[in-house]
Design a protein around this ligand. Structure first.
Ligand code: AMP
Length: 221
């Protein structure tokens, strides 16, 4: 399956993406994770991306699209993929369509995770991520680590993302509304969008997502 995951920052895209990718046996492709990996390796791309990310802005399309394309063309993504955080504006969505068309393939679904705005800020402000593996995510109140600052899964150090400060979160939300939300209408016109609530226990959201994706498959038959 080829799936795009959309939703505001703090909707739980990363958490759900890891779980869904495992269930559906496709690679999880997160442009945010790819940028963060470049930042840790101190590459030129990482240096460029960091300045935009820290301000809560989108990294320019040209470098983002090239990076995403390169990742989607890796052999493990041949049978499908789950895109998390890409596309993030209409011009990236159009670039993705062109890329898929050139390979004569199509998307199966766009999963839209909905969450109220007040919840988003609470979720992000308390979010703590493992330095070893960004899929190990905790929250100081909602899902605290057994030992403060230490990952329950692998013992790695937990940290707060530089772009998770309240000020940057507000900027990221504004960017989401103005630039990313329009891709939902873009994909609605292709009949691909499945919207689910991203409130409640993580397992339940995964179940809801899988149901929504099944419905999409059935309709496409
Ligand atoms: P994420 O981990 O998906 O929340 O992304 C973190 C940050 O990385 C975003 O706020 C952007 O600055 C940057 N980023 C991730 N994906 C994209 C994209 N598709 N286009 C532009 N910037 C992106």
């Amino acid at each position: 399956m080829r799936i795009v995951l959309v939703g505001p920052p703090g909707a739980g895209k990363g958490t759900q993406a890891v779980r869904l990718a495992e269930k559906l046996a496709v690679p999880h492709i997160s442009t945010g994770d790819l940028f963060r990996a470049n930042i840790s390796r101190q590459t030129e791309l990482g240096k460029l991306a960091k300045s935009y990310m820290d301000a809560g802005n989108l990294v320019p399309d040209e470098v983002t699209i090239a990076m995403a394309k390169d990742r989607m063309e890796q052999p493990d993504a041949e049978g499908g993929f789950l895109l998390d955080g890409f596309p993030r504006n209409v011009s990236q969505a159009e670039a993705l369509d062109r890329l898929l068309q050139s390979e004569a393939i199509t998307l199966d679904a766009v999963l839209d995770l909905e969450v109220p705005e007040e919840e988003v800020v609470k979720r992000i402000a308390g979010r703590r991520i493992c330095r070893n593996d960004s899929s190990h995510v905790f929250h100081v109140t909602y899902s605290p680590a057994k030992q403060e600052g230490v990952c329950d899964v692998c013992g790695g150090e937990l940290y707060q993302r530089d772009d998770d400060s309240e000020e940057t979160v507000r900027k990221r939300l504004e960017v989401y509304h103005t630039q990313t939300e329009p891709i939902i209408d873009y994909y609605k016109s292709q009949g691909l969008v499945r919207t689910i609530s991203s409130l409640g226990p993580v397992d339940e959201i995964t179940e809801r997502a899988l149901e929504a994706l099944k419905a999409e498959k059935a309709e496409n038959k």
